[in-house]
Design a protein around this ligand. Structure first.
Ligand SMILES: Nc1ncnc2c1ncn2[C@@H]1O[C@H](COP(=O)(O)OP(=O)(O)OP(=O)(O)O)[C@@H](O)[C@H]1O
Length: 301
């Protein structure tokens, strides 16, 4: 038996994602700026909450959006690695909402919602993101977008390692902890590489052995509601954290990986999108209906 509501929330019209313009996010923070190459690299994590008109749940989420804005910009400074060849100099200084970068006589300051210094842990980052992820369970689309030059720690922040899990595994775990019997989860993963879209969860064709060559090339279509849809993108239903992790790992392995002069294990996909869809079921006038909300995790290389 699904929960019944007289007036269901207005139909959500999910788009694939909203990519914020770099002028909108943060203050003229351009990671390609030469200054950054002499500093511990910094990457940005954006959370973009699309507020939809869910009257039933407007309260808590609306308060969060009102207080903190629907777009939040975080900047994480990567710690120096043993492999860093450059001379280590203290060219970056941080305050909780400001980062200052010096190069010779030049000084640049950037204001963001939150700065994570070099010593920040994965837990610290997730603690900041968690309330926004939780709010999506109240019926809102959420996009977390990582941006920064190669080797700045985007993959580390989003995925992390087995010992130090990042935002994505923590978010999936959190999602399944709060799932109600009237909700289900499906997921998809795609990569934009060399100008084409690839379905990273596409099932392997028995005749082709290479994972990369089995990834389907997809096209973007405009849906009848005006939303963007990826035609034929594999969407798998997952029932628990373990199954979700299994599919996520499959998608990761299918991604293009190469090395760059600053990152031996660069993801090299120009960007990848991991999308989790929360399906919510309810009855209205004795008919089972469904709404869905999106969590999009985007990593721009
Ligand atoms: N906060 C951190 N603490 C410790 N190590 C880190 C941290 N951030 C990144 N690293 C390490 O730095 C290296 C580069 O990070 P990562 O691969 O995440 O960069 P990236 O921005 O995703 O690069 P690319 O765009 O090339 O894929 C990795 O070895 C990663 O483990």
């Amino acid at each position: 038996m699904f929960p019944s509501i007289e007036e269901p929330p207005k139909e959500n019209s999910p788009s694939l994602m909203k990519i914020a313009n770099s002028d909108e996010i943060g203050s003229n923070c351009d990671p390609s700026d030469g200054l950054l190459s002499k500093s511990p690299p910094a990457s940005l994590v954006f959370t973009d909450v699309n507020v939809v008109t869910n009257q039933e749940n407007e309260g808590p989420k609306q308060t969060l959006a009102d207080l903190q804005g629907s777009i939040r910009v975080f900047c994480r400074v990567r710690s120096f690695l043993r492999s860093d060849k450059r001379e280590i100099r203290q060219t970056v200084s941080t305050k909780s909402e400001k980062i200052t970068i010096r190069s010779g006589a030049t000084k640049k300051e950037f204001c963001v919602d939150k700065v994570f210094p070099q010593e920040a842990l994965q837990e610290d980052v997730f603690m900041e993101v968690e309330p926004i992820l939780k709010s999506s369970l109240d019926g809102h689309n959420v996009c977390i977008f990582a941006y920064g030059q190669t080797g700045t720690g985007k993959t580390f922040t989003m995925e992390g390692t087995k010992d130090r899990p990042g935002i994505v595994p923590r978010a999936i775990e959190e999602l399944f902890q709060h799932l109600t019997p009237y909700q289900s989860v499906s997921m998809s993963m795609l990569e934009v590489y060399m100008g084409s879209l690839k379905d990273l969860l596409a099932r392997k064709s028995p005749s082709v052995k290479m994972v990369e060559s089995t990834s389907k090339c997809l096209s973007i279509q405009m849906g009848c509601s005006g939303s963007l849809e990826i035609e034929g993108l594999t969407d798998v239903v997952v029932t628990d954290y373990r199954e979700a992790t299994k599919w996520y790992t499959k998608g990761r392995r299918a991604r293009a990986i190469s090395w760059t002069s600053v990152n031996e294990a660069s993801s090299r996909s120009h960007w990848w999108v991991f999308q989790v869809v929360l399906h919510c079921f309810f009855t209205k006038f004795d008919l089972v209906q469904q709404l869905f909300y999106l969590f999009s995790f985007v990593c721009l290389a």
